[in-house]
Ligand binder design. Structure first.
Ligand SMILES: [Zn+2]
Length: 152
């Protein structure tokens, strides 16, 4: 009989802890994108940058809760690869995202420049970072999408 009394209490405590954590949400804490990619915060609406298993780049726009939102009239361009031989990637719109028509070259730690125009005539928003595809030892994401606060 004791268990039936304790269980609802345990659930109540867990629920309040979850709510409490939600209230303490801070933008300093990094959160993963909906597909485990990197959130580009210089882009509005924010977008998730993800390298797929076949080394294509997928850009998914997200809302403030990092939930995916449908692609619209955006124009996405990504430049990456060796500085001496950069690859300019163009993107095709899918049901849920933008997918690159080229693949990321073999190698690692390439500089990446993401340019997104809200519409074809608008000014591009730009975000730059290093594409480190190694797995982070401390969280389950690749280094470029790492959400833990370790320093390199
Ligand atoms: Zn990490």
């Amino acid at each position: 009989m004791k268990t039936t009394r304790i269980l609802p209490l345990a659930i109540a405590i867990l629920t309040s802890l979850t709510l409490h954590a939600g209230k303490n949400h801070s933008h300093e804490k990094k959160e993963p994108g909906p597909n485990g990619g990197r959130i580009l915060t210089s882009i509005e609406p924010h977008a998730e940058f993800l390298v797929t298993a076949d080394r294509k780049v997928q850009i998914t726009f997200v809302d403030d809760a990092f939930k995916p939102i449908a692609p619209a009239a955006q124009v996405v361009t990504v430049t990456t690869g060796e500085r001496s031989a950069p690859v300019k990637m163009t993107f095709a719109k899918t049901e849920t995202a933008f997918l690159s028509e080229q693949t990321v070259p073999e190698g690692n730690n390439f500089p990446v420049v993401v340019q997104i125009k809200p519409s074809p005539d608008a000014k591009a928003m730009v975000e730059k970072f290093t594409l480190n595809l190694s797995n982070c030892p401390d969280c389950k994401y690749a280094e470029y999408a790492c959400i833990c606060s370790h320093t390199h």
